[in-house]
Every structure is written in C-alpha cells, then in structure tokens.
Design a binder for this molecule. Structure first.
Ligand code: ZN
Ligand code: ZN
Length: 241
C-alpha cells in the first residue's frame, strides 16, 4: 500500500546513522525482509500521526525492548522526531503500554517545525505541508553527501511542498488518488507530476497509493506534467542516489 523510507548514511566521523521516515503498517515486517538490522535505526521522523504512518512503531519498539532485555542485544539511543503533538502523544502512549517507560536504551522525543537541523553530517529540513484541517503535518527534505531527497508525508498541493522539493534528486510524493478521482486532502497523480515539474526534481516516486490508483495509470497521469523519471513505489523497493 505505501512504502516507507529508510535512509542509511555513514558520515565522516564514522558515526553510523540510520533514519526512518514514518512507521506505518508492515514496516517492521518489511524491515526484517530487507536484512538490514532494524536495531541500527537511530532516528525516526514522523510526518503526522494518522495510523497509516504510525501503527507499526508500537510493535517496533516492543521488539527493540525484547531484543535488548532478553536477547542480550545492544542498540544505539533512539530519537523520535515529529510535528506538534509528538511529545503529548508519546507521553500518553508510553504511560499506557506496559513496560514502555522501562526500555533499556535511551529514547528521546523532539518536536520540530520549519527549521533545518543536523543529524551527524545529514541535514534535515522539515516543512509544514497542508493535509487535513487542524493537523500539523510535515514533509521532510534530507540532504547528505551532495544529494537531496524529499518526502511529502501526506499533503495537498501547496507552495510549501513545491519549496521542499526544489531541485531534489528524488521526491517521494503522496499519490493517494488519481487525476480523474481526486480528493481534497491528498495529492493525486497529476498533481504529483505538477509538483515534480515546478520543483525541478530529478526523479519522482509515487507513493501512498490508495486502491483507486490500481484502476488507472498513475505513472501516465503524472507524466502529463512531468517529463523526468517516474517510479510507482512498492514495498521493499531500494533506490540508490
Ligand atoms: Zn494523513
Ligand atoms: Zn496517510
């Protein structure tokens, strides 16, 4: 249904960082299939807290606790980053779920808005995008080693999203709907192409695909506006920049 992104980079200090963007259903199972250690994830960046971006965090965290408590495993500290409401949500969640406040590794929560910050040698630029009313939703731009990628989170067409994607090598955009069957709170395939063209992106990945997108050719619809490479995202897809 919707691939989630995992980014791995090793900066010049040999500090190994592994970033994950959102944690929706199937993310944990898919991480296991990749063969890359899930216990090396150091930062999780949430766009917003609709359950399709969040639900597998609970099983992920529980698994990390079992690994470190009972299997003698070690993992680096975990930093959870997200929009307004992140601290409130995790405070309530951790206070409710048994054992979550006693994890044997350090966990911290950070709320971010429209200000760039660094994780090692990686620059992360969060930007507020327009999704549903009264919900703070972030898109993220990740810059590392002269390359840049953008992830829309869930978003309508908005100037802020075009700005976030400006000249990136790769943009992963919310393509929930088709141009002929649009919705007010998500991009459709034609708008994904429009954002990619206006921002001048190198490569476009259509993601967050709702069932309606299987009945029409979303690549073709996006391609009416954007002449660059367009990929229809799927689980376990890996793209090297
Ligand atoms: Zn959403
Ligand atoms: Zn969503």
């Amino acid at each position: 249904m919707r691939p989630k992104l995992r980014i791995q980079c090793t900066d010049k200090l040999s500090l190994s960082l592994s970033l994950d963007l959102d944690f929706g259903p199937r993310t944990l199972a898919n991480l296991l299939k990749t063969g890359v250690s899930r216990h090396r994830i150091t930062h999780i960046l949430f766009s917003h807290y609709h359950a399709d971006h969040f639900s597998d965090f609970i099983t992920y965290f529980f698994d990390a606790m079992i690994f470190t408590k009972y299997q003698g495993g070690k993992r680096p500290p975990l930093t959870v980053i997200g929009p307004r409401g992140t601290k409130r949500l995790f405070r309530a969640l951790f206070a409710t779920l048994p054992g979550f406040t006693h994890a044997p590794f350090a966990v911290q929560f950070k709320e971010v808005a429209d200000r760039a910050f660094a994780i090692g040698n990686t620059t992360v630029i969060p930007r507020t995008v327009t999704h549903t009313q009264n919900l703070h939703c972030l898109g993220y731009r990740i810059e590392y080693g002269g390359k840049a990628l953008a992830y829309s989170g869930d978003s309508q067409y908005c100037d802020s999203l075009v700005g976030l994607c400006r000249d990136v090598d790769l943009a992963v955009l919310d393509c929930s709907f088709t141009a002929n069957r649009p919705s007010p709170v998500h991009l459709h395939a034609g708008q994904c192409g429009q954002v990619a063209r206006e921002a001048g992106v190198g490569q476009l990945v259509l993601s967050h695909l709702y069932p309606i997108t299987e009945r029409y050719n979303v690549r073709e619809q996006a391609g009416e506006a954007f002449g660059g490479k367009i990929v229809v995202g799927r689980d376990l897809m890996a793209i090297k920049l």
